[in-house]
Design a protein around this ligand. Structure first.
Ligand SMILES: N[C@@H](CCC(=O)N[C@@H](CS)C(=O)NCC(=O)O)C(=O)O
Length: 272
C-alpha cells in the first residue's frame, strides 16, 4: 500500500499542497516548520495534480499554499506571503540589505534546483520500479495502478518536459557544480550560515534544493537506501566536498521533524 496522505485535522491551519518527492516542496515544508508556522501538508500525486494545481494558480507546480486570502503558488511567492502575513517571519532577515542578499541567494538556488531535477532524473528514470515508488508514495490504489500501467509513456513525457539530452545534462551538472563552488567560497565551516549568523531563507533554499543530491538522513525519500543507491553514480565525485558537508550540517542542525508521515514514507520507498 502507498504511504497515503495525512487527513487534515485542523481546518484553521494553512494547507500546503506538495509532492513528497519534490525539493521545492521540501523548501517550504522546512521553512514553515523552522518558522513555527502551523500547517497541514496535503501531498498530491504527480500527473494527477495538474487540474488541482491549475485550479489554484497559473502553473501546474507544487508547492501551493492555501491561505484564507486564497492560494499562493511558487515557493518564492509563498516565502514573501509568509513574511507579510506571519510577521515576524523568523527566516527573513529584518535588515533590508541582508534581506536582499538572502532573497538573491534563494533565487540563485531556485535556478540550481531546476537543474537538480534534470540531473537526478537523467539516471533515476532508468530504474522504473524506484521511480514508480517515488511517484506513487501518496497515490490512491487506482492512481498507483494507472501510474504503473502507463509508466513508459509518462517517463517519455517527463523526459521531453525536462528537455533531457546529453548536452543539457552536462549543462545541469556544471550549473550544480558552480552552486557547490559558490557555497564553498562563502563558508569556511559547515556551521556557518549564508547570511548573518542565523538560519534564513537562503540556507533553507540552498540545502533543500541540493538535498536530492546530498541525500540527508532527515529526508525520508532522499535518505532512503533505495534513493541513495540510485543517485550514487551521479554524486560520487561530490561526496567529500565541503558544500555537501555544509548541506548535511544545515539539515542536522535545523531540519527538525519532516512530518508524522516520515516513517511510513521511508518504509514505502525501502520496503520489499
Ligand atoms: N518555481 C517553482 C518551481 C516548482 C517546481 O518546479 N515544482 C515541481 C516539483 S519539484 C513540480 O511541481 N512539477 C510538476 C509540474 O510542473 O507540473 C517554485 O519555486 O515553486
Amino acid at each position: 500500500m502507498p504511504a497515503g496522505p495525512d487527513v487534515p485535522k485542523d481546518d484553521a491551519a494553512l494547507r500546503l499542497y506538495t509532492f513528497s518527492l519534490s525539493h521545492f516542496s521540501e523548501k517550504i515544508r522546512w521553512a514553515l516548520s523552522a518558522a513555527g508556522v502551523a500547517f497541514v501538508e496535503i501531498p498530491w500525486t504527480p500527473f494527477f495534480h495538474v487540474l488541482r494545481a491549475r485550479r489554484r494558480g497559473k502553473a501546474t507546480t507544487v508547492p501551493v499554499l492555501e491561505t484564507r486570502e486564497g492560494p499562493v503558488q511558487d515557493s518564492t511567492r509563498i516565502l514573501l506571503w509568509l513574511e507579510k502575513h506571519r510577521t515576524p517571519f523568523a527566516l527573513m532577515p529584518q535588515d533590508p540589505s541582508e534581506r536582499e542578499t538572502a532573497l538573491a541567494i534563494e533565487a540563485r538556488f531556485d535556478e540550481v534546483g531546476e537543474h537538480v531535477v534534470r540531473y537526478a532524473y537523467s539516471v533515476a528514470l532508468d530504474d522504473a520500479e524506484s521511480v514508480a515508488r517515488y511517484w506513487t508514495t501518496d497515490a490512491s490504489p487506482l492512481q498507483a495502478r494507472i501510474i504503473r500501467r502507463f509508466f513508459p509513456a509518462m517517463r517519455w513525457i517527463f523526459r521531453r518536459k525536462l528537455r533531457m539530452s546529453p548536452a543539457n545534462v552536462a549543462i545541469s551538472r556544471s550549473t550544480i557544480e558552480a552552486g557547490l563552488a559558490w557555497i564553498e567560497a562563502q563558508t569556511t565551516s559547515p556551521t556557518q550560515r549564508l547570511v548573518g549568523d542565523r538560519l534564513t531563507v537562503a540556507d533553507v533554499a540552498a540545502a533543500a534544493l541540493l538535498a536530492p543530491l546530498v541525500c540527508p538522513d532527515e529526508h525520508p525519500i532522499y535518505g532512503s537506501s533505495r534513493y541513495r543507491a540510485g543517485i550514487a553514480p551521479l554524486v560520487g565525485d561530490w561526496q567529500g566536498r565541503p558544500a555537501f558537508a555544509w548541506v548535511r550540517a544545515v539539515y542536522r542542525e535545523h531540519r527538525g521533524s519532516w512530518g508524522a508521515r516520515a516513517p511510513k514514507v521511508r518504509q514505502w520507498i525501502d520496503g520489499a
